[in-house]
Write a protein that binds this ligand. Structure first.
Ligand SMILES: [Fe+2]
Length: 246
């Protein structure tokens, strides 16, 4: 068990404190910029299992220009992946939701049975560089449908400049935050690391996701798990909800 009296926290304790659940990844083959084929997909899933995850909620991109996936595409390809995992005797729970990009196609998905995490959270992302003009309206729409808006990697958006004002505004709108595990080790640069530190210090983080796309992410993830002091602070100051998803 994680103890508040120790500052050292092991990799196993970290995964245990995440409820052995990852809720953000791109593991379905040939559907987005994640696993390119079944072989890569199986390698990534095996690696995550070795790290200690028991459940993976994978979240292919839905983006009108680059990845115009439908919910049916995702569930069909997930089923195929599960059959192949069974053939290879890889025992792990795998489910799929989606990572919805806020664009002109988003509302159509929202109104037509979107894929949710744990039947409640809608994972969304935006452009990294510019904040969509109608973002607040879209968040209101998500809330109005009775879903919980979950912002993917809020530390990675360059357009967020005034941390106190902007991050707290999202919280006023009922937005949950999913920090990217790989931002902890600095994989996404200084700006993302600085914002991750801010969010952790303020106790604003709700979930941790790996956003695994490829082997590079796995290697970095293993390094991030060594950031013992950061993790200690994270679990002490934030109520991490991953374990509710097991
Ligand atoms: Fe992602």
């Amino acid at each position: 068990m994680f103890s508040i009296f120790r500052k050292k926290i092991t990799k196993n304790e970290i995964i245990e404190n995440l409820g052995f659940v990852d809720l953000h990844s791109h593991l379905i083959p040939n559907i987005d910029d994640g696993a390119k084929n079944l072989k890569q997909s199986i390698e990534l899933i095996k690696s995550l299992k070795e790290i200690g995850y028991k459940k993976l909620i994978t979240t292919p991109h839905i983006m009108i220009d680059a990845y115009p996936n439908s919910e049916l595409d995702i569930t069909t390809k997930l089923l195929n992946l599960k059959l192949n995992l069974a053939k290879e005797n890889i025992a792990i729970t795998i489910e799929a939701a989606a990572e919805y990009y806020i664009d002109e196609g988003f509302l159509e998905h929202l109104y037509n049975k979107p894929l949710l995490i744990n039947s409640e959270y809608l994972l969304f992302e935006t452009s990294y560089m510019s904040k969509p003009m109608n973002l607040e309206d879209q968040i209101h729409e998500i809330n109005a449908k009775g879903y919980k808006p979950l912002f993917a990697h809020p530390e990675r958006y360059r357009y967020i400049k005034d941390f106190d004002k902007e991050y707290y505004r999202f919280k006023e709108l009922g937005v949950y935050f999913q920090l990217d595990l790989n931002s902890i080790g600095g994989f996404y640069g200084k700006d993302a690391h600085k914002k991750a530190t801010y969010l952790v210090d303020k106790g604003l983080v709700d979930f941790i996701g790996s956003d695994t796309h490829n082997k590079k992410h796995i290697n970095n993830l293993l390094e991030s798990l060594n950031e013992s002091n950061f993790w200690y602070k994270l679990f002490k100051k934030n109520k991490i909800l991953n374990k509710n998803l097991l």
